[in-house]
Design a protein around this ligand. Structure first.
Ligand code: FAD
Length: 379
């Protein structure tokens, strides 16, 4: 039976971040991924620029576009609103390339990668964790990180982070006329009123658009027809060439139950750390992978096992603010166009996306009276 210091299940952004940190510490690290890499993932691929503060390497070559504008529209209104707020710089990546890039950085640091290997169970004992794979291997490790996404086997086996979440699906649309990428390539487009408690998006990439729709509801019959209604305003989408539709879960958390045991930690989607207002999850996967690494190694060295420190830090730094995010979401989705017309709200949303402020601050903004209504008015 192979023995490792750390085994990480899942090579998304959360798993790769932890693996790189672990290998850099000199720990014997194994990263297990069920797919063959590079693999795709249902995702808009919109990154907060603040992710730069978490990564200890440059990811510029992975950024296909930096988007400095945003257009909002509603199903029941003919006018849309476009803004180019100071400081907006959303980075658009292809998940296939970006995730693979992070895996390579983990491997560069000394991580051993096992792809096309599905973890079927994890079992914790006092001294170690046993990880079983679909190939019949049994591997032991001092700690195991569940970074295996929204349907996490690790979370399921340990009884942690079990709440339901939302869902969404995404399509890549390659426009027939490449000129539309010049016309629409400088902004994200968001449409409201097509799906309850959610939105449709159009994000420009190097040679295509990521187009999708998502909701915090965990069940959405007729989502395909809602998607069609959302895209019907844009003729270039109807004429474009579509990839396969990719649907997946967007896991949210409501409570702050434990996210680790003595030898197992959950990061990213397996810990249900997706923003309940925006659905953003890549940043939080990398943030939780970083925090997990910061807390776990010292504890292992000092005590030979984990305390509740990781759960406490994640609750304080992420989950508490997600409670405010849910409140913002309740207020915003009651009348999206009332809010997105206000330049003060747009400024606050930009700062929020840059992680310069938190949801508790944006709530204060929303409650301020007399918001100004000026905008560039481009439609
Ligand atoms: C439609 C949609 C659009 C989204 N758009 C955005 C967006 O624009 N921006 C944003 O920030 N977030 C977005 N998200 C959320 C984002 O995709 C996730 O939050 C993010 O991928 C979480 O990263 P992760 O590392 O935790 O997990 P994942 O990226 O899901 O990676 C988990 C990995 O584990 C592997 N795995 C799973 N089970 C096993 C197993 N048993 N054994 C071995 N390996 C396994 C999987 O193959 C996968 O590679 C979107 C989500 C959806 C569904």
């Amino acid at each position: 039976m192979d023995r490792y210091d750390c085994v990480i299940v899942g090579a998304g952004p959360g798993g790769s971040t932890f693996a790189r940190n672990s290998a850099r510490k000199g720990l014997k690290t194994l990263l297990i991924e069920k797919e063959s890499l590079p693999r795709n993932k249902a995702c808009g691929g919109a990154l907060s620029p603040a992710i730069r503060h978490l990564l200890d390497f440059d990811h510029n070559t992975m950024v296909e576009r930096v988007v400095r504008g945003v257009t909002f529209f509603s199903r029941d209104e003919s006018e849309d609103r476009t803004f180019y707020p100071d400081g907006m710089a959303v980075e658009m990546v292809s998940r296939k390339d970006f995730d693979n890039y992070l895996v390579r950085r983990a491997v560069d640091a000394g991580t051993i990668l096992a792809e096309k290997t599905r973890v079927t169970s994890v079992k914790e004992s006092k001294e170690y964790v046993t990880v079983s794979t679909d190939g019949g291997d049994r591997i032991t490790a001092s700690i195991v990180v569940g970074a295996d996404g929204a349907r996490s086997v690790v979370a399921g086996n340990t009884g942690l982070a079990k709440e339901p979440g939302g869902l969404g699906f995404e399509v890549e649309v390659y426009p027939r006329d490449r000129g539309v990428l010049d016309e629409y390539g400088d902004r994200s487009i968001f449409g409201f009123g097509f799906i309850p408690k959610g939105y449709g998006w159009i994000f420009p990439k190097k040679d295509h658009f990521s187009v999708g729709i998502g909701t915090t509801w965990n069940h959405m019959p007729g989502i395909t027809s809602l998607y069609r209604q959302f895209t019907s305003r844009f003729s270039f989408l109807k004429e474009g060439c579509e990839s396969d539709r990719r649907g997946w879960f967007i896991p949210y958390t409501r409570n702050s139950g434990p996210l680790n045991t003595r030898r197992i930690l959950l990061v990213g989607d397996s810990a249900r750390l997706t923003d309940p207002f925006s659905g953003e999850g890549i940043y939080y996967a990398v943030l939780s992978g970083t925090i997990a690494a910061q807390t776990a190694f010292d504890e292992l060295q000092q005590h030979g096992r984990l305390s509740r420190a990781y759960t406490k830090v994640i609750t304080r730094n992420i989950i508490k603010d997600f409670a405010y995010a849910r409140l913002c979401s309740d207020i915003f989705y009651a009348a999206p166009s009332f809010f997105y017309r206000r330049s003060r709200v747009i400024r606050a949303l930009t700062m929020l996306s840059n992680k310069e402020i938190r949801y508790r601050d944006i709530l204060k903004e929303l409650h301020k009276n007399g918001s100004s209504t000026e905008s560039s008015g481009k439609s």
